[in-house]
Ligand binder design. Structure first.
Ligand SMILES: Cc1cc2nc3c(=O)[nH]c(=O)nc-3n(C[C@H](O)[C@H](O)[C@H](O)COP(=O)(O)OP(=O)(O)OC[C@H]3O[C@@H](n4cnc5c(N)ncnc54)[C@H](O)[C@@H]3O)c2cc1C
Length: 395
């Protein structure tokens, strides 16, 4: 079906008093949910509405595609039309939802209204605004979807240097990828070591050292103040007055769950769209999952949690109410020069890090007063211990 105005509910609504399941978002959360629904129910009408072109792709590939020489098109797993056919769904691409009327169970989109029986918000997250001054502030790039990646690829073509703002997971992955692909990379990071909220200092430092072997230059304890244009590129001025000349500036300072649409509809939001363990929002028949969701107070913007959420929600939507129960889910940082596997302790955990530094990497275990493992951070060759430690956490 094309993205034509959808003012009249589709015919199947007549037979289906509940109306269709409508998913908003074609990221991994939206599409994984659609696939999980289809595994359980071949017939239930599903419409997926998305602001982008509806291509199915794996977002984590965006930060390790350069060194692999992958153009944006090579990252597309399936075009929208193929997804619609394979998953027997109506997909409306380039259709931004602008409002939700929870009383009438209607979505307002840029192309008309759309009725829903059950609505699932899989809206993702927006990059934080970098807040930099200067005449080139609007030229600072972010890479949060495939279209951004295409713009970024064009921007760095034929160029030599990139300043990356932010040394978190995404900043480190881009630093590795860019340096591996031959770019000169400076990373400006407010913390004293990369991923300081996830890793103890020794593990973070080892990651920084690994990236430095590729030529990455670190600027710890610093933030960007302004970006100005010069003859052949940009000058980034730091908060201490230092300057970095560069061809391209990439901001990777974090993401904020997209909550505005839900909040405007009176749906409870906090850090994310607030849902219970059944992924139900405060509005009847409205659910949320993925990066936009705060599940029982916790927002986990990673792939594995959204897969668990999608499986549980598909069961719930097809008649078997199923709460989300997470297994131990380590996050893998894709920095091949010195990989990292981290499973942070649960919020509020007591105890502390026990850190062992070897030649090939760091093994940091977070243990409580009783010596029980609560989490871990592994770097380099020590990441091989991940499976054993996950099993230990599960017992
Ligand atoms: C560069 C990068 C690397 C990453 N690497 C890893 C990794 O290695 N491992 C890991 O676990 N996680 C990683 N992540 C995080 C992971 O990719 C995300 O958790 C996941 O992709 C989020 O999927 P999502 O579907 O929730 O959101 P998104 O993929 O952002 O999808 C949101 C969708 O909602 C649509 N949308 C938003 N608002 C509207 C609207 N108003 N109307 C209509 N449509 C709308 C968008 O168009 C989009 O289709 C990475 C993230 C990035 C950016």
């Amino acid at each position: 079906m094309s993205a034509s105005p959808v003012a009249t509910p589709p015919a199947h609504d007549v037979a289906n008093a509940d109306g269709p399941i409508v998913i908003v978002g074609s990221g991994l959360a939206g599409y994984t949910l659609l696939k999980e629904i289809r595994k359980r129910d071949a017939a239930v009408p599903v419409t997926l509405v998305t602001a982008d072109d509806g291509s199915f792709y794996s977002k984590p590939n965006l930060s390790n595609a350069l060194a692999a020489g992958k153009a944006p098109a090579a990252l597309v797993g399936a075009a929208m039309e193929k997804m619609a056919t394979e998953q027997r769904a109506t997909i409306l691409p380039h259709t931004r939802v602008t409002a939700i009327d929870t009383a009438r169970r209607q979505l307002v989109t840029e192309r008309g209204e759309l009725a829903y029986g059950r609505l699932i918000l899989a809206l993702g997250a927006d990059p934080f605004s970098h807040g930099l001054d200067g005449d080139a502030a609007e030229a600072v790039l972010t890479v949060n979807d495939l279209a951004d990646y295409a713009v970024f690829r064009d921007a760095i073509a034929g160029k030599r240097s990139v300043v990356v703002l932010g040394g978190g997971l995404i900043g480190c992955e881009f630093a590795n990828d860019l340096a591996q692909a031959g770019y000169r990379v400076d990373v400006v990071h407010l913390g004293d070591w990369p991923l300081e909220r996830l890793l103890p200092a020794e593990a973070g430092q080892r990651l920084a050292d690994g990236l430095a072997t590729l030529g990455v230059r670190w600027h710890f304890g610093r933030s960007g103040r302004s970006v100005t244009r010069h003859a052949s590129g940009f000058t980034v001025t730091l908060d201490n007055g230092g300057t970095l000349a560069t061809d391209v500036v990439l901001s990777a300072i974090g993401l904020r769950p997209r909550t505005a649409l839900a909040a405007a509809a009176g749906i409870a939001t906090g850090r994310g769209i607030q849902v219970d363990s059944l992924l139900q929002t405060s509005a009847p028949q409205v659910y949320a999952l993925g990066d936009c969701a705060e599940v029982d107070g916790v927002n986990l913007p990673y792939v594995q949690p959204l897969m668990v959420q999608a499986r549980a929600l598909a069961a719930t939507l097809t008649g078997t109410p199923t709460p989300v129960v997470y297994p131990a889910m380590p996050v893998m940082v894709k920095t091949p020069v010195h990989p990292v596997a981290v499973l942070p302790p649960k919020p509020g955990s007591t105890g502390g890090w026990q850190v062992a530094c070897g030649e090939q990497g760091v093994c940091a275990l977070h243990v409580d007063a009783g010596g029980r493992l609560q989490g871990f951070a592994l770097t380099g060759a020590e990441t091989a211990q991940r499976t054993r430690l996950v099993a230990e956490l599960a017992t």
